[in-house]
Design a protein around this ligand. Structure first.
Ligand SMILES: O=C(O)CCC(=O)C(=O)O
Ligand SMILES: [Fe+2]
Length: 273
């Protein structure tokens, strides 16, 4: 089966970027065919169609995002993203073999939507149960896909490269990192980087890095920005959103896919049980 991606595996420079900067940026890495089909699949989802019909062409400053988690209503390309050979090579070469699929989400951001401040998505950090403390150093990988891309100043992603190297204490806020207070801990100057991303791009991040998203101006030339995400976690207890796997995903799964999905889902109380 052909890959959905223009690349087969990460280069050694990519792996350095993952370990030193906490992310790898792959501009325009989906093939044209994959990008077009993925967008078509997303726009074909009933809920998405209804959302976009209601949104219309105008720029309502009160407009809400479309957001679904877990994103289970995936078409064939959406499904193949989970275990495309390039994604598998990336996971194996960055975090080895002991990982599972955690969950996914789909988001459409309309004109006028506000920003998301700097944050980290490693949920075990924000909880103090023994299980969270024990899992604190486990890898949590977010694969961010931008099928229709974005420009600087138009809901662009921002990151603080190297912020994954700073110990996750309550004091280590993004404001203090950007003020230089943690440069010695990180062994580098911590500064904000803004990404400009053409359609079909992927950003592969260690969820320990601080990242943020700008607002989308009401006069953006792009009516909505599409963002889908797949998240993988080191083997172990559930993360905050580790999803139930729909039974039909297991029906035709090969051994690799079965292993990806062989983990417990999150449920209320599972960390204190
Ligand atoms: O919209 C994006 O580009 C990223 C959003 C994000 O950081 C998140 O969903 O945690
Ligand atoms: Fe995030």
């Amino acid at each position: 089966m052909n890959s959905l991606f223009r690349l087969q595996a990460p280069s050694s420079a990519d792996l350095d970027s993952f370990h030193n900067d906490g992310y790898i940026y792959y501009p325009d890495v989906l093939t044209e065919d994959a990008r077009e089909k993925l967008i078509a699949e997303i726009l074909h989802i009933d809920d998405v169609r209804q959302y976009l019909d209601a949104l219309g062409e105008t720029s309502d400053p009160e407009a809400k995002s479309y957001f679904v988690r877990p994103w289970n209503d995936r078409g064939p390309v959406g499904h193949r993203l989970i275990d495309d050979p390039f994604v598998t090579a990336l996971l194996q070469e960055t975090i080895d073999n002991d990982y599972h699929f955690c969950h996914s989400a789909l988001n459409l951001a309309p004109r006028g939507i506000g920003p998301i401040p700097f944050h980290q998505d490693h949920h075990h950090w924000k909880h103090e149960n023994p299980v969270n403390l024990a899992e604190r150093d486990g890898y949590y990988i977010q694969i961010l896909y931008y099928p229709n891309g974005f420009s600087i100043g138009d809901r662009n992603l921002k990151i603080i490269p190297g912020s994954h190297l700073v110990a996750p204490t309550a004091d280590a806020t993004p404001e203090r990192m950007l003020a230089g207070d943690y440069d010695a801990d990180a062994g580098r100057t911590l500064a904000e980087v803004q990404l400009e991303v053409p359609p079909g791009s992927m950003v592969y991040i260690n969820a320990r890095i601080f990242h943020a998203v700008e607002a989308k101006p009401t006069d953006s030339p792009q009516p909505y920005r599409i963002f889908n995400i797949d998240i993988f976690k080191e083997a172990g207890p559930p993360h905050r959103y580790t999803q139930q796997i729909p039974p039909e995903w297991l029906a035709n799964a090969d051994a690799y896919r079965q292993k990806l999905f062989s983990r417990d889902a999150y449920h209320e109380g599972c960390w204190t049980a």
